[in-house]
Write a protein that binds this ligand. Structure first.
Ligand code: MN
Length: 698
């Protein structure tokens, strides 16, 4: 039997979500389906969780899959003595709670039938279709790869071959492993250790790469408990002794709510406990932990732009810890994770970490690829009036898979997602290098000084000119080894665009953070390079160049100026600025709703004007009637006007009409009216307008 474990053991726990009593599921499963019309309780929990995410879902196929799985596993038992069916049920429930779609759940119910019972793949294909059959087959093959294997690149290669291009196979595998880990308690200790090691080396990195945070954190804690029982116990006691930590976080959360209410931003403020491994890591890093270190504040809002609104308010009303600020919305992580991270200090000096994201970002942060649904159909609502998150289906490629592929193409490599993922997964464990100031950087093996520079300095690394490795001068291409000390040398004048990254840095950058930052800079500075013609396609969220600084735009010398991401002002728009804490001025278009909101809150507008216009970035929407060569003619018109295409999105035609969204880099903002005229002159185009939100819906 492929999954041997038993007993909802001492380590099984899931915070913040109601747990289903697996023993009760066991009994319900043993009793089997009782009536013809009603779902038995066991599958009822799954159905309920599934309906919560997908109200329209057809539950009949789940019922049929359950009946087949239950009858074929009947008479088989887990080591704990529970009916075997409790395992596929629990695995399916995990996936249903994360929002997996119906096909995944159907395959999950059946995932051990072909391996362990009389059921054949042909039978699964006949009764449930080719897609379910493909997934069950993939999981069965994975089962064979994974057992007894170590974290060899070969293991990952085999896993990827087994799953083909379908991440849903891996989703099922991860949930399968989570349930087996939760119930590992009855196994012999040496077997527990062996399984925990494989989980640490193979499954956790996989969960991380696929962005399935909810599974990753629980797996980490379960592994921690088995491999480091003493540290685990110490951490558990530490958390128990600091129960009053919640008071500190509660007090800050309450203040946040008041501030956001006053600012009229609709937001939910939650307290998120850190998982055990996270508390343990913080303790190693910081020594003594304070109350606010045991959790983080999570602020959930409706719209992308609200994230920045919340950030502005919090940074205004509390003291921000600037070094903790990270914008994973403008520059999302490889695994699709998006959030703003910051930390603020309360009046008593206690620092609280804060995550700010939309509900949709939260779903993706928790469930990663599982939340993105079936890769072979367009995202839900794509044809509806209001796509959930501004993402559009590319008609030439299926659903979110294309977005993952786009992700990889935000680097200039033509590599597909899978090639890159394979390379990523096949890397050795992380290396640690030491910074000149004694701090440490975790990098993937094979990382160079370029990677270290971006890991340490973020965008300031654009000004990096060289490095000392272990005291010796070294080129930026130098590959680092575990334990090296790296001292990065930065040009003093960061403003000098000529001192920016060179295209060949991309040859030496392994980390997505470095590659994305370099590509973004190169795209924004085409004059210094030859890459403009080959500007890479990027997905919608990246086209919002929220970090672009305006040139000479404000009447305050020395002020740092940011163009607001919500309305992307360009000359000659009328603009208004508002000071945010730290001397930064955020500039909005006059008609941007944020301006009215700020004024209604008695925030003092700061007069701003455009300086000598320089290059600018703008998002344009072209509405047209579909016809052959339309795309070619539009892009040619854009090129003739001297603009570079940073990204382009073409929606599937609807009623003969198509909508193209372009984010363009103009050498001179004054050329915008002429550019829009030229685009309107393309036959078939009946309107060209500025996007209110960058590359989002109109
Ligand atoms: Mn299983």
């Amino acid at each position: 039997m492929s999954a041997e474990a038993a007993n909802p053991g001492a380590h099984s726990r899931r915070r913040g979500r109601p747990r289903i009593d697996l023993r009760r599921l066991g009994r319900a499963a043993l009793l089997g389906p009782t009536t013809r019309d009603r779902l038995p309780d066991a599958i009822g929990h799954v159905a309920e969780a599934h309906r919560a995410h997908h109200p329209e879902a057809d539950l009949a196929i789940l019922h049929r899959a359950y009946v087949l799985a239950e009858s074929s596993h009947r008479g088989q038992f887990r080591k704990s003595g529970e009916a075997y069916i409790t395992h596929p049920l629990a695995v399916t429930l995990i996936l249903a709670e994360l929002g997996a779609e119906t096909t995944t759940l159907t395959a999950s119910l059946l995932h051990d039938t072909v391996e362990d019972t009389e059921v054949t793949l042909d039978q699964v294909r006949t009764e449930f279709g080719a897609e379910v059959c493909y997934l069950v087959d993939g999981v069965t093959k994975l089962e064979k790869v994974d057992y007894g294997a170590a974290a060899e690149p070969e293991t990952f290669r085999k896993m990827l071959v087994a799953t083909g291009n379908d991440v849903r196979v891996m989703s099922i595998k991860l949930a399968d492993r989570l349930h087996n880990m939760r119930t590992l308690g009855v196994m012999r200790p040496e077997k527990q250790v062996r399984i925990a090691n494989v989980t640490r080396d193979v499954l956790i990195p996989l969960a991380e790469r696929l962005g399935v945070q909810a599974l990753k954190t629980e797996l980490e804690d379960l592994v921690f408990a088995i491999l480091h029982p003493e540290e685990y116990e110490r951490t558990r006691a530490l958390i128990a002794d600091n129960a009053s930590a919640w008071d500190a976080l509660d007090a800050i959360a309450e203040k946040f709510r008041a501030v956001l209410r006053d600012a009229r931003i609709a937001a939910e403020v939650h307290i998120r406990p850190r998982h055990f491994v996270s508390v343990h890591r913080s303790r190693l890093k910081r020594g003594e932990l304070r109350g606010t270190d045991f959790g983080r504040l999570l602020v959930l809002v409706g719209e992308d732009a609200d994230c920045y609104g919340v950030l502005g308010e919090l940074h205004t009303c509390f003291t921000p810890v600037i070094s903790e600020f990270k914008d994973f919305i403008a520059a999302p992580k490889f695994n699709l994770y998006q959030s703003l991270h910051t930390a603020v200090a309360g009046p008593d000096g206690a620092v609280a970490e804060v995550l700010i994201r939309t509900h949709q970002m939260h779903k993706v942060a928790e469930a990663g690829v599982i939340a993105l649904g079936n890769p072979y159909v367009p995202p839900e609502g794509a044809a509806g009036p209001e796509p959930a998150d501004g993402e559009r289906a590319d008609p030439t490629r299926p659903g979110w898979l294309s977005r993952l592929l786009d992700w990889q193409q935000s680097t200039p490599d033509p590599d597909t997602f899978w090639t890159s993922l394979r390379a990523e997964l096949a890397q050795d464990r992380e290396i640690t290098v030491f910074r000149a100031d004694g701090g440490a950087l975790g990098l993937p093996a094979g990382a160079s000084c370029v990677d270290a520079a971006y890991a340490q300095y973020g965008e300031e690394a654009h000004a990096c000119i060289g490095a000392r490795v272990n005291g010796r001068l070294a080129t930026l291409s130098t590959v680092l080894s575990d334990g090296d000390t790296v001292h990065l040398l930065l040009a003093q004048d960061v403003q000098d665009t000529a001192s920016g990254p060179s295209p060949d840095w991309l040859d030496h950058a392994r980390t997505p953070a470095a590659r994305i930052a370099i590509t973004t800079w190169l795209t924004a500075h085409p004059e210094g390079t030859n890459v403009a013609a080959a500007a890479p396609r990027r997905p919608a969220p990246l086209t919002a160049d929220r970090r672009a600084a305006a040139n000479a735009v404000v009447d305050l010398p020395d002020a740092t100026v940011r163009l607001a991401g919500c309305c992307t002002p360009v000359p000659p728009d009328s603009v208004t600025g508002f000071a945010v804490r730290g001397g930064t001025v955020t500039v909005h278009r006059e008609e941007c709703p944020a301006v009215a909101r700020m004024k209604s809150l008695d925030r003092e507008p700061i007069p701003v004007r455009w300086g000598d216009a320089a290059e600018c970035r703008v998002t344009l929407i072209a509405e047209s009637f579909g016809r052959p060569r339309l795309l070619a003619d539009l892009t040619e018109a854009i090129a003739v006007e001297g603009a570079a295409i940073v990204s382009a999105t073409v929606e599937p035609p609807s009623q003969q009409r198509v909508r193209h969204t372009y984010t363009l880099q103009l050498p001179d903002a004054a050329g915008l009216p002429a550019l829009m005229r030229a685009m309107r002159d393309v036959p078939g185009v009946y309107d060209v307008s500025r996007a209110q939100h960058p590359a989002a819906t109109a």
